[in-house]
Design a protein around this ligand. Structure first.
Ligand code: GTP
Ligand code: ZN
Length: 365
């Protein structure tokens, strides 16, 4: 029957479940677990997890470093949640907000026996759901037992290997709608909305002027920055970059702006504000992401390449200072004929931020 959910559909549903505080079931080989977001799980469900089996808090190796917990599983650490751990302590372990004012209550016991594949998938789902990258994981006796729990309680059931494998392929993008939007910089504007086939956030392509598909088009891959784009925040250079890119396209008579909903370099606005709060405590933009348990950049720029190809473009002149964007466009089958620097909007408030990106994230000055 065609009613069976695809791995994308299962993952989209599980992301929504985690955001709500619901428990999902993950299976791999003969093993199965219950998994939940450390940030969202209600207190009464922690007792249910404990009844089901031994509970771990799965965090990234980045977060484990801050906690001084040993990560035996490469990118993941499995912290044993002892019986005396309450939810407040679990959340304080996952959330760095009070690392300084309320220093960690370690030492932590991290597991090294057994396999972390299910924990890795749980953290991956939490990241995709734009929650703190930390998951509570209760190990069940077997895959069969896990499947029975999923059936009995109507919980989402996902194969962990299929979830992690699905990310390897670039996501398909469906064009949904498009219309003319005259703008201040150019009366000839056209906004296209694309919907990813994995049910994640929509992205936009804005054609300015009259781009010729036979020639390399002036292009900007812009990641959403609510604070910079909308509020005019002085902490970053996003707003000035956005406007300068649009003006360059208008001056040239043609260009494509890709407005990608990857707020906070892919961690979402809630986590970005957590990162800003850490920056208020003295950490730089990269350290703040790491303390939260994220990489400094969690974006997948293949999205932009896929959209450009759908629109019929094959070669670009890319407005950016970020060499990773150039590399990823190449991976998505777009030829980058030229990198066009985009250095605007330096303020006293963002000078340190820009210097950090140059020193630690490879941005070109
Ligand atoms: N996590 C995090 N994200 C931030 C911070 N400051 C800005 N951002 C996000 O960074 C992204 C802006 O990056 P871009 O300007 O697209 O890209 P870039 O990597 O700086 O490369 P350029 O093309 O050279 O501008 C947006 O998604 C912002 O929301 C921060 O301190 N922490
Ligand atoms: Zn910004």
């Amino acid at each position: 029957m065609g009613l069976k959910l695809s791995i994308w559909e299962q993952a989209a549903r599980a992301r929504a479940d985690l955001r709500l505080g619901a428990v999902v079931v993950l299976v791999r080989g003969g093993a199965g677990v219950l998994a939940a977001g450390a940030e969202t799980l209600p207190a009464e469900r922690l007792d249910d997890l404990r009844e089901a089996g031994p509970v771990d808090l799965a965090v990234t190796a980045r977060r484990a470093t801050t906690l001084k917990a040993r990560a035996y599983d490469g990118d993941i650490a499995r912290i044993a949640v002892d019986a005396d751990y309450d939810l407040a302590r679990i959340r304080a372990t996952a959330d760095p907000a009070r690392d300084l004012s309320d220093p960690m209550k370690g030492p932590f016991h991290t597991r090294r026996e057994g396999d972390a594949g299910l924990h890795r998938a749980a953290v991956r789902l939490a990241k995709q759901a734009q929650l703190l990258p930390a998951a509570l994981v209760a190990t069940l006796p077997s895959r069969k037992a896990a499947e029975a729990v999923a059936r009995e309680h109507g919980l989402s059931l996902i194969d962990a290997d299929a979830l992690l494998a699905a990310e390897v392929n670039a996501i398909g993008m469906r064009p949904i709608s498009a219309a003319r939007v005259p703008m201040e910089v150019s009366e000839r504007g056209r906004v296209h909305v694309f919907r990813p086939e994995d049910g994640s956030e929509e992205h936009y392509a804005i054609e300015i002027g009259a781009p010729d598909r036979a020639k390399p088009v002036l292009t900007r891959l812009h990641s959403a920055c609510f604070t910079g784009d909308v509020l005019g925040s002085l902490k970053c250079d996003c707003g000035p970059q956005l406007r300068a890119a649009m003006k360059a396209m208008a001056d040239e008579g043609a260009g494509v702006l890709l407005y990608l909903n990857q707020e906070g370099r892919g961690i979402g606005l809630a986590n970005k504000m957590r990162a800003y709060s850490l920056q208020d405590q003295g950490f730089d933009t990269v350290e703040a992401n790491h303390r939260l348990g994220f990489e400094d950049d969690e974006r997948d720029f293949r999205i932009g390449g896929t959209i450009l190809r759908r629109l019929g473009y094959r070669a670009v002149r890319l407005l950016t200072n970020n060499p990773r964007k150039v590399g990823m466009m190449g991976n998505a089958g777009l030829r980058v004929i030229e990198r066009v620097p985009l250095q605007v909007g330096e303020t006293p408030q963002n000078a340190h931020y820009l210097a950090t990106k140059a020193a630690k994230s490879g941005h070109l000055l």
